[in-house]
Design a protein around this ligand. Structure first.
Ligand code: GUE
Length: 284
């Protein structure tokens, strides 16, 4: 079987048209959705992502504010900026680009963001609300994956889903969202005894391990839906995913490419969350 490629860029563009309409409606009522992005240090990849986020805001007619700090910024300075943004009426979403330098407590930073402006969906309040099926800001990458599946017409209910990876920002929440939609979810990770035993049973496989070309054709079931969340560089410096695209795409039913798969959806859902926040203006 040759897999159908899930075009994340195209699905993202379609969603952005809908979001742009919502922005226009809000602007007519005098509200311009505003996103503040805090960037600490000079990480090249972070800068690329942040630029993409700024551009997406501009394209949609949203207000975007970039706040840059040097690598040496103190935790106190960062927290005080977040506090200022929590109280800024023109800002509906606050995002601190991760990773941040080790001398700053990431947990403290995330928890200092007012949950009603936590458009990343990283605050424990939003995570708890997501787990209990309440309305919340959903983390952008997992949310984007759900939209990709929905737009591709992949039903989730009753399916065997295997998530490879268990990070707080991708693996754990994407499994939770799939469970909320009645999938049977298995998490695999570095301590998993027999990875192939699990992955070959997957109707839907989500790869979020951060190792280039880790998932090979042998890992997957014929016709499976393969979602690649990896953003790695191969030996030649080329952007590549966690899935070995050349061989897996010969066996899977559907596959997301890297780039132009999950990545563009992450930014789209960030815009979606910011607009949602602007609509709510002060409550989740
Ligand atoms: N607080 C926080 N929130 C995040 O959402 C967050 C973060 N920190 N830290 C880093 C990760 C990574 N991330 C990406 C967003 C877009 C693309 C994206 O647009 N990718 C393009 C290609 C980009 C390129 O050329 O490098 C694509 O896949 O087609 C990728 C990765 C958001 N993250």
């Amino acid at each position: 079987m040759t897999a159908k490629i899930i075009d994340g860029k195209e699905i993202a563009a379609k969603k952005r048209v809908e979001i742009a309409k919502e922005v226009l409606k809000l602007k007519e009522t005098g509200i311009t959705p505003g996103l503040a992005v805090i960037l600490v240090g000079n990480n090249h990849a972070s800068r690329t992502y942040v630029n993409n986020k700024q551009k997406a805001c501009q394209d949609l007619g949203m207000h975007s504010l970039l706040i840059e700090f040097p690598e040496t910024v103190s935790e106190g300075e960062l927290l005080s900026k977040i506090n200022e943004l929590n109280n800024d009426q023109s800002i509906h979403g606050i995002l601190v680009q991760l990773p941040i330098p080790k001398h700053i407590n990431e947990k403290k930073v995330i928890e200092s963001i007012n949950p009603v402006k936590d458009v990343d969906g990283f605050h424990p309040i939003n995570i708890g609300r997501m787990m209990t099926g309440q309305d919340s800001f959903l983390p952008c990458t997992p949310y984007g994956i759900m939209v990709l599946l929905e737009e591709t017409g992949v039903s989730v209910s009753g399916k065997n889903v295997v998530v490879v990876g268990r990070s707080n920002i991708v693996g754990k929440p994407v499994g939770q969202l799939l469970l909320n939609q009645n999938a049977t979810v298995t998490y695999c990770h570095s301590k998993t005894k027999d990875l192939l035993l699990h992955t070959t049973q997957a109707d839907i496989l989500v790869a979020a391990v951060g190792i280039p070309n880790f998932i090979k054709a042998d890992h997957i079931k014929e016709g499976a839906v393969v979602i690649d969340v990896g953003i790695n560089r191969d030996e030649t410096g080329k952007l590549c995913g966690d899935v070995s695209f050349a061989d897996v795409s010969e066996k899977a039913g559907f596959i997301t490419p890297v780039p132009k798969g999950v990545g563009p959806m992450t930014i789209t859902m960030l815009m979606f969350n910011t607009v949602k926040s602007a609509k709510n203006a002060g409550s989740i």
